[in-house]
Every structure is written in C-alpha cells, then in structure tokens.
Design a protein around this ligand. Sequence first.
Ligand code: G1P
Length: 292
Amino acid sequence: MPKRVRTAVFPVAGLGTRFLPATKAMPKEMLTVVDRPLIQYAVDEAREAGIEHFVFITGRNKGVIEDHFDKQFELEHTLASRGKSEALDELQRELPQAGQASFTRQQEPLGLGHAVWCARELVGNQPFALLLPDMVFQAKPGVMKQMMDAYENTGGNIIGVEEVNPADTASYGIVARGEGPDKGFAITGMVEKPKPADAPSNLFISGRYILQPEIFTILSQQTRGTGGEIQLTDAMQVLIKQQSFTGVKYDGRVFDCGSKIGFLTANVVFALDRPDLADDFRREVKAAIGSF
Ligand code: G1P
C-alpha cells in the first residue's frame, strides 16, 4: 500500500493580472463561479479525496482567503436568529476543522515551482496533493478522488491530464504518453508550454497532481526555466528519472478560470447545472443570445 496522502497544497499567491481591475484589492481565488469562490471548489475537491490538512501558499493581499476559511461568528449568529439553518449548516460543513488549515507566504513571484517549494516545511516528508485553484472541474467523482484511486494502485507521482486543443499547447504543461490505460498510463516525459509543433502529445497538465516529497529537493536547486520562472514541470522532468509518474485521463472536464473565456463559460455551465437556477437562467441566456 502506498503511503496515504493527507495533505493538499493550494498555491494562491498569483497576482491575477488577467482579471484587473477585479483583482486589484481582491485575490483572484475569491472570484466566484455562480456563488462559490474558486478556492472553495478546490478545497471541496480535496476534502472529497480524503485530504485532512489544507496548506495555502499565499502572498500580500490574500488575507481574505484566510478569513474565508475561518468561523464568522456574527454571520452565523444572524443566520441562526433568522432560522436560516440550511445556509448555516452549509457554512459550517465547508470549514476545515480547527488546526486543519495552514498558511505560508511566497514572498516573491518566482513561479509555480517556487510556490510549491514554499510548502516544504508544512508538508514534511510525505506525499501530497497539489491543486491549482484557477482550474475548476465538472467531474463526478471529483478529479482528485479519481487520481487518488489510481494512486492506491500505483503509488509514486500522479498527474491529471485532459485533451487540449492543439493550438493551445503553449499555455500549459504537456506530457508524453507511454504504455497503459487512460486511468493510469506511464508518463515518459513532460514539457512546459511547448509550441504546437514541439508538443509530445495532446494531453495537458490541468492543475492536479499527487507528488512525492523528493520534488522539494529538486526544487531547492531553484533552476529557472520557461519565462525565467522556477517551473514545477521542469522539476518533475528531473524526478521522472528516479520515480514513476502516472497519468490519469479523468472523467470530466476542466474550465481554466485563469482565462476570461474559461471563467465565463464555467459560470454559465455551473449555473445551468444548478437545479435552483437552471430553468430561469436558461430562459434568460436564450433571450440574451437571441438579441445578438
Ligand atoms: C501551470 C503549470 C502548467 C499547467 C498549468 C495548469 O502553468 O506550469 O504545467 O498546465 O499551470 O493551469 P501556469 O498556468 O501557472 O502558467
């Protein structure tokens, strides 16, 4: 049996420049898809996968995220006194238990690899899940749960992948596919943001990982890659020479909420999926589209 994964890391230090001015004073991870902030989707997904320790890599201007995962006594009191027990239960259910959330800061924006490295003391010498909260999934069970199921069979490192539009490879990490089924194939290599002509496959890394702690040793070397940043993909490409990497082409689809189109589409799709909103929203959207 591989060692159980109890800890998840959420890098939330990014500046969110693509969503200015919305993100001038508010973290991009608090942007909402329908009525839940992006970070809440990632935390819920991790919890569903059995995670018990939630590690947030934050930065300046991100205090609201810590508040979001804290008790809000005034709000709870008001909901209770107004008899809104359903909303109250939901708020309480979504909170990590006392002591289950940890926060540390990435002091400089040196790249995703550097952000992950900042978690090394909080994670320690154990495997961990990594969830990039910009990426929101429509998937049942959740993508991290599907990856955890694969991990129980294979151990090692796991990367969630999905097919990418071939024109978009330069926006993502792309893996090279070796032997094995969709739900657990060998990854033989990976490249960060290749041009379409250099991409080793059409499978992109969609922001969900299970990693072994040896990645921290490699990240300690602070080697710069694409865009002058310390890239997680480069560190994984080093680790792959020592440990197995398994790809999981999960059931479901991702919305890249770091891009405006992905974010807007997620809002439409998730609203159409909500029993309390779907009928009215469909009617309004149809009418609105008809007028263009
Ligand atoms: C990061 C990773 C990339 C991955 C992407 C998913 O890139 O480096 O491999 O495909 O997240 O969102 P970033 O979006 O930080 O440029």
